[in-house]
Structures are given as C-alpha cells and as structure tokens.
Design a protein around this ligand. Sequence first.
Ligand code: AMP
Length: 520
Amino acid sequence: MNLAHLLQRMARQFPNRAAIFHGTHAVATYAQWAQRSAHLAQQFQDAGLQPGDRVALFMHNHPRYLEVMFGAWWAGLAVVPINAKLHVREAQWIVDNAKASWAFITSDVTADVTTDTGEQLQGLQRVIDVDSPNADDLWALPHASDKPPTKPIVERQSDDLAWLFYTSGTTGRPKGVMITHRNLMTMGLAYFTDVDAITAQDTIAYAAPMSHGAGLYAIPHLMAGARHVVPASGGFDAAELFELGQAVGPLSMFAAPTIVKRLVDHAEQTQQTAEDCGNAFKTIVYGGAPMYAADIQRALRLMGPRFVQIYGQGESPMVGTALSRFHLSDTTHPEHAQRLASIGVAQTPVQIRIADEQGHDLPLGEVGEVLIQGDSVMAGYWRNPEATQAAIREGWLFTGDMGCLDAHGFLTLKDRSKDLIICGGSNVYPREVEEVLLQASGVSEVAVVGAPDPEWGEIIVAFVVTQLGSTVTAQDLDTYCLKEIARFKRPKRYELVDSLPKNNYGKVLKTELRQRLAQP
Ligand code: AMP
C-alpha cells in the first residue's frame, strides 16, 4: 500500500483540521496538505516522471517538506532525503548516485559558506528552491477549496521503494538504504505499540532534521490525524520549544541525547517545574546515540516521566528496541539501574538476537553483534548487491552494533563493530574524514577516532603525521576540511604526531589512539 493513502484518508475524514504549523502559524489543514501534495504529484507526472523515479529533498526543516514527501508518494515516486548539513558536493554525489530527477532545496543549503558564489546542484531536470517565488506555481492550487483532492494516488506495492536514505559508508562513500512503504508502515504502527499512544490532539514538533528519523515520525502522527509543527527556527532552540509547547503543544519530538541534555539544561536554568515541562512536552523520544544513565536520570528528575528511548538505524529506521516510559520510571525494580543503561526490549514487529561473526547465536549475557529481523528492515542497499549481502544474511540485518541480551529481553549496547563515530547524534565514518585530510598539502598519514565527550557523546579527533619539512598547522587542516566536507564532520581536535602506532601488518592501532585520548 502507498503511504499517500494515509494522507488522503485523513483529508477525507477531517478536511478542516489544522495539520501543519510553521511556528504557531497554521499553514495547512489536512485537506490543503493533501491538495498540495496531489497538485505536486500532477506536476511530477506532467514533467514525465514515472513511478519509482526519485525526488531529492536537500532541505532544512520546512513545512513544505511534508507536502513534497507526500506529493512524491502520491505520484508513486520515491524520496531521497539529504542531510541539509552536507556539503553541496556531498549532496551532489547522492543526487548522482540516486539518479534523482528533481530536487527540492531550501536556499540556505547551497549558499554555502565555503564558496562565495554558492554551488548549485547539477544534472537534475529541475531544482526548486521552496522559498523562492518561482516555486509558488507548484503550490498554487488551481481550484483551492476545503475538499480533499480527487486525483487518484498512483498505486504502489508495499515492497516498492519509498525512501532512499543515504548513510555514511565504511568505504568513505554513503550507501543508499532502500526503505519501502512496508518498512515505513511498520515503523508508524510500532510507534503506537512501543513508543506512545497518539491522539488527534497531539502535536509532533520537528526539532531534529526531517531528513532523518524525526521526519519519519510524521507517519504515525498522520495516522492519528495529529498536528505537525516545524519550529520557526527550523531546528532546535530550547527556549523556542518551551514557548511553542505552551502555545500549540504539549509537543512530542525526537531528539538525540545531546539535544535532550540541552533541553534539560534549559529547564534547570529557567527553573521550569516538572508541571511546566508537562505543559510544554508530552513525549520526548531519544536515541541515535548512547545516553549516559546519569543524564537520563537527571532528565527524568527535572522534566518528569516524558521520555522513551528507541534504538534503530537507517537500515531499520526507528525500529529496533524501545525502553518505555514505564521501564524508565519503574525505579523500585531491582534491575532498574541496568535497565536505564540498556536500550530496552525488542519493538513489537522485530526479533532481535545476538550472534558471533558467523551468525551463530550466543548465550544470554555474552557480547556479540546485534541482529534484527522483521518488516522494518530495509530491502537492501541501492544498486550495491555486495554491501546488501554483507548486511543482510539469511534474513537477518547485521547492525554492526555490539551488545548483549539479558534474561528479560533487555538489550545493552557495548560497542560498535563498525568504526563509526557518533557526534551529537550525527554519524561520521572516520574513513570519510581521513580521505579528505590525506589530500591536504603537507599531510603524510592520518587516523581519525572518536573521543568521549560529556556534551557531544563523542568528538572527532584527527591524529596527523605531517610530511618532512611541512609547516602545516591544525588551523590549515581545519580550513581545508571546511572547504571539502560538511562542518559537522570536521575534527574538533588535531594531534600532530611523529608517527602512528601500527601492528605488524602496518594497520593503525586505533584502540591505542583511543586509549591515549582517554588518559587525563
Ligand atoms: P543511523 O543509521 O544514523 O540511525 O545510526 C544508527 C546507529 O546509531 C546505530 O547503529 C547505533 O550505533 C546508534 N544508536 C541508535 N540508537 C541508539 C541508542 N538508543 N543508544 C545507543 N546508540 C544508538
């Protein structure tokens, strides 16, 4: 089933209900949202786009995100959400790899600080800046009314591609994760079973990037006919969210642990009571990176029982495990402390097991790779059968996360088998950064690792061996990175060293570098 039917259904049942807000300003009812999406669908079709074709969204959070996403689905197309923090050249690589036909952008993504002129995306049939007056023809409804659109939805099978999401790749290039309509339907339903009940009176706020899991939470909130709010700032601003929550909330939202911490800091600094917090926020779903037990305890103490943890990954979006509001608050349970440090139990639609490298089950309590099976797991990597075969074996997704299960089904993550660094909820593969730094003049060798950090979870540190006679400085390297990669991937620290520790085969011993960083 095509997900666009969810929107059509709501538009038919509740045409006049306010659906999309920009800040406190209502910008679309359910009928208008559906009309605009259907109208966009018509224009995709008029331009010759065929079912299965791709439309890229290189946009910061914007109310039109939802209209474009559902417009593409209405026409049977797939969306390619691109992290708005990427460098234009990185976005271009994704657009080319996905062979996207159209791209929707917000003007700020291409007005990049690194180039005075701003680089534009190339090779597309059409690039639409959603803020530009030129885009208005796409939104101008010929017969605007309160009626839901009559334009039929292009039928799609549940296993057809809906969302082509690019994750950072171990090889330095991102891989397109093929997420189907079934995957997203499963994710939407699992929100109700494992995260929270949603009613039409609820409000989801998009404070984290809509190109990621936060944007996907539009689906369960659409299923319930709830309200969708894009903060006027387009992102996270604690004071703004508190005010917005009072005005149009209480809000539900997804946030990485770093953001939760900032929200809690704000609650403390501005002396909000748990009751104030309850008026502003209904449910804060956190995940995407490890949350320290002390941080969640503090969050619960200051903001009340409004947290739920989820664990998932691009390859099984938002669906893996969940640590419920109940378990987080069950303080008298003898294993409460361990549970707080865990990521909860398997969400309803999936099975989870822990296996060794060959995929054999490990006994309870032993640390191995986390494997997931179920209807949320991706169809595979886009045009990359080798990577797909490595990730999905005999129907199980090998997540690359290492963890152990207890007798009650709680999963605790211990490490990652992949080399990934998660900085403030954003994933960075060291290889990507290393490849860039190796091209900087005066650099001979590089090893990039993550170092624990109380604010960001991890920060990126580059160990750099310079060429003989080179006078390259950390500042030069930073300037170089700024020109070549997304800002959030730049190392926060550079250690200029004479040599890198290596084993007999010449492989850099990153564990040793991490240990060096852990020393005071
Ligand atoms: P992404 O594909 O960007 O969603 O990143 C997924 C990765 O983030 C997972 O494979 C984990 O390593 C990490 N992750 C996701 N959720 C959690 C969580 N609740 N706690 C710890 N790490 C997490």
